[in-house]
Write a protein that binds this ligand. Structure first.
Ligand SMILES: [Zn+2]
Length: 282
């Protein structure tokens, strides 16, 4: 655990926000002190941890409780994990988001599951999204291979009163304008660093200032790192892990793509995150 923090030139004095990660993931448990220290060292001042299933809600809560002012959190059922929900899951969700400052997430749609549960998945997603409207709490969304139903659903709803974040946005660039009208933000992470990811790069250049955030999605979707940066953490299976300290690196790349100064991207994304997560930051 002596990996020094990634320090892209010039990023040290800027303040950043990791708008979406899963620090409760067991793959990160042995590395957590270093992960938090490196986040702080690289200027990442707020870490938004999203739950995925009732089973990880206590761990998410514990992370936020143990790191006030640094870790904020959301609770929800991720579309990959709906099959293990309890019969009282929606009441439990209402209870947990009423018991401390929190958002609703990670929730969403995934068209690649192939398990025959898509109707169920849609119902669970809708119920959680509706709860976020009712309680005026920000919602963090996952969407993979389900852009048509997702965009139709959002188009039919009024603008969200607290705001929505679609994380790791890979939807059409043409939707970004009207999504902003619905108070939907998008975030970009490690996949932006992959040279072949033309869609993410196009979206990163076309999204309006004030409507995008940065994320690590730790421990998943690690960025491709330049040779002068230390190697990724490795999971138990040896695969590379993402961590919040990569957010400034992704932010610098995004600034380059937009022809903007990294300081402007840091300031804009931090302001957007503080607005979206205002209720979580109390
Ligand atoms: Zn996620």
């Amino acid at each position: 655990m002596n990996i020094p923090p990634p320090t892209p030139a010039g990023s040290q004095k800027l303040a950043w926000v990791d708008a979406h990660n899963h620090l409760q993931d067991p793959r990160l448990a042995p590395h957590l002190p270093g992960v938090l220290a490196r986040a702080r060292a690289t200027g990442v001042e707020i870490l938004h941890v999203a739950a995925t299933a009732e089973a990880d809600w206590p761990a998410v809560r514990a992370l936020a409780d143990a790191n006030p002012g640094l870790v904020i959190c959301s609770f929800g059922l991720h579309p990959w994990f709906i099959q293990n929900r309890s019969s009282r899951w929606l009441e439990n969700l209402r209870g947990v988001v009423s018991s401390r400052p929190a958002g609703i997430g990670e929730i969403g749609l995934d068209g690649r599951m192939g398990d025959g549960l898509d109707a169920d998945r849609t119902a669970v997603f809708r119920a959680q999204l509706e709860l976020s409207y009712e309680l005026v709490l920000p919602a963090s969304l996952h969407c993979r291979d389900a852009w048509e139903p997702m965009l139709k659903l959002l188009a039919d709803l009024p603008p969200h009163p607290a705001g929505i974040l679609i994380h790791a946005y890979s939807g059409p660039a043409d939707a970004l304008g009207w999504l902003a009208q619905k108070n939907v933000q998008v975030s970009f992470g490690g996949t932006l660093t992959r040279p072949k990811n033309a869609r993410a790069r196009e979206n990163a250049t076309r999204v309006a200032a004030g409507r995008f955030l940065l994320e690590s999605d730790a421990p998943d979707l690690p960025p491709t790192l330049p040779e002068d940066m230390p190697p990724h953490l490795a999971g138990p299976d040896g695969k590379p892990l993402s961590e919040p300290a990569y957010v400034p690196y992704v932010g610098q790349l995004l600034a380059q793509l937009r022809g903007a100064a990294p300081a402007d991207v840091a300031a804009q994304t931090t302001a957007t995150a503080r607005r979206l997560f205002a209720k979580l930051l109390v």
